[in-house]
Ligand binder design. Structure first.
Ligand SMILES: [Mn+2]
Length: 248
């Protein structure tokens, strides 16, 4: 009995360390550099669109909101897909992207920037980044995080699995952190570990807990699918250098 408990303890601890090793050792990280002229743009994550069975969804609200607010640039911070974690060709990616993005009913001629999650759900592409035009949409997709320059503002955009591999565990760590007045522990630690300037923003998804903290310049976009945690149907809106959390 005791042996079993010790064994479970060791396996549990090993799993935890494997998950958070990038919060202990500094992760190597290369960015895709993007500059944008737009006065507003939208950031979302964790849409969790299944390739096998498209769900009845309210994802069109994202496109409706962009049309209403005259936004033409969308950043998707990972977990765009739900069941598509494999190495794929550009053709395969473009087929599935076309299907998935159709659900969002994006305004014509929108540009979409995607930084895929790397440990589950999203596809693995071989190139540094892939540029595609699908119907009237211009798409740049990468597995790497994005360093975005928007006017005077710099934003580091990534899924968040670089900090803690498993999203559920990332959620639990922030919930536990809450008891120690560190409810954004994952975002705060990752920003520090990556050596991101405190004047720059870190925006991620992954935990499925949406928030914005202007003091620490960290934010989380939330999620669009019930995943044993309630969906938040939220986005982060950038407008003239200001970031805000919006419920769509
Ligand atoms: Mn997710």
């Amino acid at each position: 009995m005791l042996l079993a408990i010790v064994a479970i303890g060791i396996v549990g601890l090993a799993y935890l360390l494997y998950n958070v090793k990038n919060l202990i050792f500094t992760p190597k990280c290369q960015f895709i550099e993007i500059s944008i002229e737009d006065e507003n743009f939208l950031l979302v994550s964790d849409l969790h669109i299944a390739t096998k069975q498209l769900r009845k969804s309210d994802l069109h609200k994202i496109g409706d909101y962009m049309a209403r607010e005259n936004i033409r640039s969308l950043f998707i911070l990972g977990d765009l897909f739900d069941d598509f974690h494999k190495k794929i060709s550009t053709e395969h990616l473009s087929r599935e992207l076309k299907k998935a993005l159709k659900l969002l009913k994006l305004p014509e001629k929108s540009q979409i920037f995607i930084t895929f999650s790397r440990n589950s759900h999203d596809p693995i592409i071989s190139a540094d980044k892939i540029e595609l035009t699908l119907d009237s949409l211009n798409i740049i997709a990468a597995n790497k995080p994005i360093r975005l320059c928007a006017g005077e503002t710099t934003l580091i955009l990534l899924h968040g699995d670089l900090a803690v591999k498993n999203g559920a565990l990332a959620y639990i760590i922030n919930k536990v952190g809450n008891y120690f007045q560190r409810k954004y522990f994952v975002e705060e630690s990752l920003k520090k570990k990556l050596g991101i300037n405190k004047d720059s923003w870190l925006v991620m998804g992954h935990t499925h807990i949406p928030f914005i903290n202007k003091e620490l310049k960290i934010a989380n976009t939330g999620c669009w699918k019930h995943y044993w945690r309630e969906e938040s149907d939220t986005a982060i809106l950038y407008r003239n250098g200001e970031l805000m959390l919006v419920k769509i």
